[in-house]
Design a protein. Structure first.
Length: 327
Protein backbone atom coordinates (compact mmCIF):
# COMPACT_ATOMS: atom_id res chain seq x y z
CA UNK A 1 0.00 0.00 0.00
CA UNK A 2 1.48 3.36 -1.01
CA UNK A 3 1.73 6.50 1.14
CA UNK A 4 -1.40 8.08 -0.35
CA UNK A 5 -3.52 5.03 0.47
CA UNK A 6 -2.11 4.97 4.00
CA UNK A 7 -2.97 8.66 4.31
CA UNK A 8 -6.64 8.05 3.50
CA UNK A 9 -6.69 4.98 5.70
CA UNK A 10 -5.57 7.16 8.60
CA UNK A 11 -7.99 10.05 8.03
CA UNK A 12 -10.93 7.65 7.58
CA UNK A 13 -10.20 5.77 10.81
CA UNK A 14 -12.92 7.10 13.11
CA UNK A 15 -11.44 5.38 16.15
CA UNK A 16 -8.44 7.75 16.03
CA UNK A 17 -8.63 11.28 17.40
CA UNK A 18 -7.60 14.12 15.05
CA UNK A 19 -4.42 14.68 17.09
CA UNK A 20 -3.39 11.04 16.74
CA UNK A 21 -4.12 11.20 13.02
CA UNK A 22 -1.75 14.15 12.64
CA UNK A 23 0.94 12.37 14.65
CA UNK A 24 0.67 9.31 12.40
CA UNK A 25 0.70 11.43 9.26
CA UNK A 26 3.86 13.17 10.48
CA UNK A 27 5.49 9.77 10.90
CA UNK A 28 4.17 8.41 7.61
CA UNK A 29 5.26 11.38 5.52
CA UNK A 30 8.40 12.08 7.58
CA UNK A 31 7.40 15.70 8.02
CA UNK A 32 10.11 17.80 9.68
CA UNK A 33 9.96 20.78 12.01
CA UNK A 34 11.10 22.96 9.10
CA UNK A 35 8.29 21.63 6.89
CA UNK A 36 5.71 22.57 9.51
CA UNK A 37 7.17 26.04 9.98
CA UNK A 38 6.48 26.57 6.28
CA UNK A 39 2.85 25.70 7.00
CA UNK A 40 2.73 28.80 9.26
CA UNK A 41 2.35 26.67 12.40
CA UNK A 42 3.72 28.08 15.65
CA UNK A 43 6.68 26.36 17.39
CA UNK A 44 4.40 25.49 20.36
CA UNK A 45 1.85 23.84 18.07
CA UNK A 46 4.56 21.94 16.21
CA UNK A 47 5.96 20.60 19.48
CA UNK A 48 2.51 19.40 20.52
CA UNK A 49 2.05 17.63 17.20
CA UNK A 50 5.48 16.05 17.07
CA UNK A 51 5.27 14.66 20.61
CA UNK A 52 1.59 13.70 20.30
CA UNK A 53 0.88 15.72 23.45
CA UNK A 54 -2.67 14.63 24.25
CA UNK A 55 -2.88 17.04 27.18
CA UNK A 56 -3.35 19.82 24.66
CA UNK A 57 -5.35 20.27 21.50
CA UNK A 58 -4.87 22.52 18.50
CA UNK A 59 -7.33 24.86 16.88
CA UNK A 60 -9.23 24.12 13.69
CA UNK A 61 -7.17 26.88 12.07
CA UNK A 62 -3.88 25.10 12.85
CA UNK A 63 -5.38 21.75 11.89
CA UNK A 64 -6.39 23.16 8.51
CA UNK A 65 -2.89 24.59 7.94
CA UNK A 66 -1.32 21.21 8.58
CA UNK A 67 -3.79 19.29 6.41
CA UNK A 68 -3.51 21.78 3.55
CA UNK A 69 0.27 21.60 3.94
CA UNK A 70 0.33 17.86 3.23
CA UNK A 71 -1.96 18.21 0.21
CA UNK A 72 -5.38 17.40 1.67
CA UNK A 73 -8.52 19.40 0.90
CA UNK A 74 -11.58 20.57 2.85
CA UNK A 75 -13.46 17.33 2.18
CA UNK A 76 -10.56 15.27 3.59
CA UNK A 77 -10.40 17.53 6.65
CA UNK A 78 -14.10 17.20 7.39
CA UNK A 79 -13.89 13.42 6.97
CA UNK A 80 -10.93 13.23 9.36
CA UNK A 81 -13.00 15.02 12.02
CA UNK A 82 -15.88 12.55 11.64
CA UNK A 83 -18.03 15.14 9.85
CA UNK A 84 -19.89 14.90 6.52
CA UNK A 85 -17.38 15.84 3.83
CA UNK A 86 -19.61 18.49 2.26
CA UNK A 87 -20.82 20.62 5.18
CA UNK A 88 -18.27 23.40 4.73
CA UNK A 89 -14.96 23.91 6.52
CA UNK A 90 -15.81 26.83 8.78
CA UNK A 91 -17.02 27.36 12.34
CA UNK A 92 -20.57 28.32 11.37
CA UNK A 93 -21.15 25.32 9.07
CA UNK A 94 -19.70 22.91 11.65
CA UNK A 95 -21.76 24.52 14.41
CA UNK A 96 -24.93 24.22 12.37
CA UNK A 97 -24.22 20.56 11.68
CA UNK A 98 -23.70 19.87 15.39
CA UNK A 99 -26.90 21.71 16.24
CA UNK A 100 -28.79 19.78 13.52
CA UNK A 101 -27.40 16.46 14.74
CA UNK A 102 -28.28 17.27 18.34
CA UNK A 103 -31.78 18.48 17.47
CA UNK A 104 -32.49 15.45 15.25
CA UNK A 105 -31.94 13.23 18.30
CA UNK A 106 -33.99 15.49 20.59
CA UNK A 107 -30.99 16.08 22.86
CA UNK A 108 -30.97 19.32 24.82
CA UNK A 109 -27.84 21.40 25.28
CA UNK A 110 -28.09 20.63 28.98
CA UNK A 111 -28.00 16.89 28.31
CA UNK A 112 -25.09 17.24 25.88
CA UNK A 113 -23.33 19.40 28.48
CA UNK A 114 -23.42 16.52 30.96
CA UNK A 115 -22.16 14.04 28.35
CA UNK A 116 -19.25 16.20 27.24
CA UNK A 117 -18.44 18.05 30.47
CA UNK A 118 -18.65 21.27 28.46
CA UNK A 119 -20.73 24.15 29.75
CA UNK A 120 -24.09 24.87 28.11
CA UNK A 121 -22.72 28.28 27.10
CA UNK A 122 -19.73 26.69 25.38
CA UNK A 123 -21.92 24.29 23.40
CA UNK A 124 -24.20 27.19 22.44
CA UNK A 125 -21.23 29.25 21.22
CA UNK A 126 -19.86 26.31 19.21
CA UNK A 127 -23.25 25.73 17.57
CA UNK A 128 -23.56 29.40 16.64
CA UNK A 129 -20.03 29.51 15.21
CA UNK A 130 -18.98 32.12 17.77
CA UNK A 131 -15.84 30.34 19.02
CA UNK A 132 -12.98 32.03 17.15
CA UNK A 133 -10.38 29.33 17.78
CA UNK A 134 -12.42 26.19 18.20
CA UNK A 135 -10.34 23.18 19.24
CA UNK A 136 -10.47 20.06 17.08
CA UNK A 137 -10.71 17.95 20.24
CA UNK A 138 -13.95 19.73 21.18
CA UNK A 139 -15.45 19.20 17.72
CA UNK A 140 -14.43 15.55 17.68
CA UNK A 141 -15.74 14.88 21.19
CA UNK A 142 -19.17 16.39 20.56
CA UNK A 143 -19.61 14.75 17.17
CA UNK A 144 -18.44 11.35 18.39
CA UNK A 145 -20.88 11.42 21.32
CA UNK A 146 -23.80 12.48 19.10
CA UNK A 147 -22.99 10.03 16.32
CA UNK A 148 -22.36 7.23 18.81
CA UNK A 149 -25.82 7.53 20.30
CA UNK A 150 -28.83 6.14 18.48
CA UNK A 151 -31.77 7.87 20.08
CA UNK A 152 -35.18 7.22 18.58
CA UNK A 153 -37.34 9.98 20.03
CA UNK A 154 -41.09 9.74 19.64
CA UNK A 155 -41.42 12.96 17.72
CA UNK A 156 -43.26 13.75 14.51
CA UNK A 157 -42.18 16.11 11.76
CA UNK A 158 -44.53 18.92 12.79
CA UNK A 159 -43.37 18.88 16.41
CA UNK A 160 -39.71 18.77 15.35
CA UNK A 161 -40.28 21.62 12.96
CA UNK A 162 -42.05 23.81 15.50
CA UNK A 163 -39.48 23.06 18.22
CA UNK A 164 -36.65 24.13 15.95
CA UNK A 165 -38.52 27.21 14.76
CA UNK A 166 -39.38 28.30 18.29
CA UNK A 167 -35.75 28.03 19.37
CA UNK A 168 -34.23 29.72 16.34
CA UNK A 169 -36.83 31.97 14.70
CA UNK A 170 -37.12 35.38 16.22
CA UNK A 171 -33.33 35.54 16.44
CA UNK A 172 -30.95 37.05 13.93
CA UNK A 173 -30.37 33.66 12.30
CA UNK A 174 -33.55 33.29 10.22
CA UNK A 175 -31.68 32.21 7.12
CA UNK A 176 -29.93 29.51 9.18
CA UNK A 177 -33.31 28.28 10.45
CA UNK A 178 -34.66 27.90 6.93
CA UNK A 179 -31.76 25.68 5.92
CA UNK A 180 -31.49 23.88 9.24
CA UNK A 181 -34.80 22.07 8.81
CA UNK A 182 -33.97 20.06 5.67
CA UNK A 183 -30.54 19.29 7.16
CA UNK A 184 -32.18 17.78 10.25
CA UNK A 185 -34.38 15.49 8.17
CA UNK A 186 -31.46 14.44 5.98
CA UNK A 187 -29.39 13.51 9.03
CA UNK A 188 -32.25 11.82 10.86
CA UNK A 189 -33.19 9.66 7.86
CA UNK A 190 -29.66 9.11 6.51
CA UNK A 191 -30.55 10.76 3.21
CA UNK A 192 -27.49 11.48 1.10
CA UNK A 193 -27.03 14.57 -1.01
CA UNK A 194 -27.01 12.40 -4.13
CA UNK A 195 -30.31 10.73 -3.19
CA UNK A 196 -32.01 14.02 -2.38
CA UNK A 197 -30.79 15.50 -5.67
CA UNK A 198 -32.36 12.61 -7.55
CA UNK A 199 -35.65 12.77 -5.62
CA UNK A 200 -36.03 16.53 -6.00
CA UNK A 201 -34.79 16.61 -9.62
CA UNK A 202 -32.17 19.19 -8.67
CA UNK A 203 -28.40 19.22 -9.06
CA UNK A 204 -26.03 17.93 -6.40
CA UNK A 205 -24.55 21.45 -6.35
CA UNK A 206 -27.94 22.89 -5.31
CA UNK A 207 -28.39 20.35 -2.51
CA UNK A 208 -24.88 21.06 -1.22
CA UNK A 209 -25.82 24.70 -0.91
CA UNK A 210 -28.39 23.66 1.71
CA UNK A 211 -25.60 22.20 3.88
CA UNK A 212 -23.42 25.26 3.41
CA UNK A 213 -26.36 27.64 3.84
CA UNK A 214 -25.85 29.11 0.42
CA UNK A 215 -28.90 30.87 -0.98
CA UNK A 216 -31.26 29.10 -3.36
CA UNK A 217 -34.46 30.12 -5.10
CA UNK A 218 -37.92 29.76 -3.62
CA UNK A 219 -38.96 27.08 -6.14
CA UNK A 220 -35.85 24.97 -5.52
CA UNK A 221 -36.35 25.23 -1.78
CA UNK A 222 -39.95 24.04 -2.06
CA UNK A 223 -38.87 21.15 -4.32
CA UNK A 224 -36.30 20.06 -1.71
CA UNK A 225 -38.76 20.32 1.17
CA UNK A 226 -41.42 18.33 -0.69
CA UNK A 227 -38.85 15.68 -1.60
CA UNK A 228 -38.21 15.39 2.16
CA UNK A 229 -41.97 14.91 2.72
CA UNK A 230 -42.62 18.28 4.33
CA UNK A 231 -46.27 19.28 3.95
CA UNK A 232 -47.34 22.65 2.54
CA UNK A 233 -48.24 23.71 6.09
CA UNK A 234 -44.74 22.83 7.35
CA UNK A 235 -43.04 24.61 4.45
CA UNK A 236 -45.08 27.75 5.09
CA UNK A 237 -44.22 27.56 8.80
CA UNK A 238 -40.53 27.35 7.90
CA UNK A 239 -40.79 30.42 5.69
CA UNK A 240 -42.66 32.28 8.43
CA UNK A 241 -46.20 32.35 7.02
CA UNK A 242 -48.86 32.37 9.74
CA UNK A 243 -51.91 31.90 7.51
CA UNK A 244 -52.73 28.21 6.93
CA UNK A 245 -54.84 29.09 3.87
CA UNK A 246 -51.85 30.28 1.84
CA UNK A 247 -50.74 27.78 -0.81
CA UNK A 248 -47.07 26.91 -1.18
CA UNK A 249 -46.47 28.50 -4.56
CA UNK A 250 -45.01 31.85 -5.49
CA UNK A 251 -48.28 33.17 -6.93
CA UNK A 252 -50.16 32.65 -3.66
CA UNK A 253 -47.29 33.86 -1.48
CA UNK A 254 -46.78 36.98 -3.62
CA UNK A 255 -50.42 37.94 -3.04
CA UNK A 256 -50.09 37.12 0.66
CA UNK A 257 -47.08 39.42 1.05
CA UNK A 258 -48.87 42.26 -0.74
CA UNK A 259 -52.07 41.85 1.31
CA UNK A 260 -50.42 41.75 4.74
CA UNK A 261 -48.16 44.69 3.83
CA UNK A 262 -51.11 46.80 2.71
CA UNK A 263 -53.29 45.73 5.65
CA UNK A 264 -50.56 46.87 8.03
CA UNK A 265 -50.04 50.11 6.07
CA UNK A 266 -46.35 49.43 5.49
CA UNK A 267 -44.83 51.26 2.54
CA UNK A 268 -42.43 49.63 0.09
CA UNK A 269 -39.77 52.14 1.12
CA UNK A 270 -40.09 51.27 4.82
CA UNK A 271 -40.01 47.54 4.07
CA UNK A 272 -36.98 47.97 1.80
CA UNK A 273 -35.16 49.84 4.56
CA UNK A 274 -36.00 47.14 7.12
CA UNK A 275 -34.92 44.20 4.92
CA UNK A 276 -32.07 45.72 2.89
CA UNK A 277 -33.87 44.44 -0.20
CA UNK A 278 -34.51 47.00 -2.93
CA UNK A 279 -37.95 48.53 -3.36
CA UNK A 280 -38.14 47.21 -6.94
CA UNK A 281 -37.22 43.68 -5.88
CA UNK A 282 -40.01 43.65 -3.26
CA UNK A 283 -42.47 45.09 -5.76
CA UNK A 284 -41.56 42.41 -8.30
CA UNK A 285 -42.11 39.68 -5.73
CA UNK A 286 -45.53 41.09 -4.81
CA UNK A 287 -46.52 41.37 -8.47
CA UNK A 288 -45.08 37.92 -9.20
CA UNK A 289 -42.93 39.12 -12.01
CA UNK A 290 -39.26 39.11 -12.89
CA UNK A 291 -37.55 40.85 -15.77
CA UNK A 292 -34.51 39.12 -17.25
CA UNK A 293 -31.65 40.70 -19.14
CA UNK A 294 -33.45 40.50 -22.49
CA UNK A 295 -36.36 42.48 -21.06
CA UNK A 296 -38.91 39.66 -21.31
CA UNK A 297 -41.12 39.06 -18.30
CA UNK A 298 -41.47 35.72 -16.49
CA UNK A 299 -42.84 34.47 -13.18
CA UNK A 300 -40.89 35.59 -10.13
CA UNK A 301 -38.57 33.09 -8.48
CA UNK A 302 -36.98 35.07 -5.66
CA UNK A 303 -34.39 33.80 -3.22
CA UNK A 304 -36.01 31.89 -0.38
CA UNK A 305 -34.16 33.99 2.21
CA UNK A 306 -35.62 37.17 0.69
CA UNK A 307 -39.16 35.80 0.87
CA UNK A 308 -38.69 34.82 4.51
CA UNK A 309 -36.96 38.10 5.35
CA UNK A 310 -39.79 40.16 3.84
CA UNK A 311 -42.52 38.24 5.67
CA UNK A 312 -40.63 38.45 8.96
CA UNK A 313 -40.05 42.19 8.52
CA UNK A 314 -43.76 42.84 7.86
CA UNK A 315 -44.73 41.05 11.07
CA UNK A 316 -42.02 42.90 12.96
CA UNK A 317 -43.10 46.31 11.65
CA UNK A 318 -46.77 45.56 12.28
CA UNK A 319 -45.99 44.60 15.90
CA UNK A 320 -44.07 47.85 16.36
CA UNK A 321 -47.06 49.74 14.98
CA UNK A 322 -49.44 48.00 17.41
CA UNK A 323 -47.19 48.79 20.41
CA UNK A 324 -46.88 52.45 19.33
CA UNK A 325 -50.67 52.74 18.97
CA UNK A 326 -51.21 51.31 22.47
CA UNK A 327 -48.83 53.89 23.96
Amino acid sequence: MNAQKYTYKIINNYSLSPEVKIFRLIQLKKITYKNMLKMSLSPVTIKQLQTNDLNHSISLISYNKFMYGIGLNDKDIMTSLGLPFDIGNNNLAIGNYIRSLRASQDISREKLSKQTNFSVAKISHIEKGKVKKILIRDIYKIVKILQGKHYKPDINANKLLLNILSSIYGSEHKRQAIYLLPQIVMIKNNISIKDLAATSNLSIYTIRKISNQGNISFKKYVAIMKALNFSDFEINEAIGIKDSNVQTNIESISKYIHIIRMNNQISLDLLANETNITRNAISHIELNKNTNLSGSKRDANPLISNVSKIISAIYKLSNKSIKTTKK
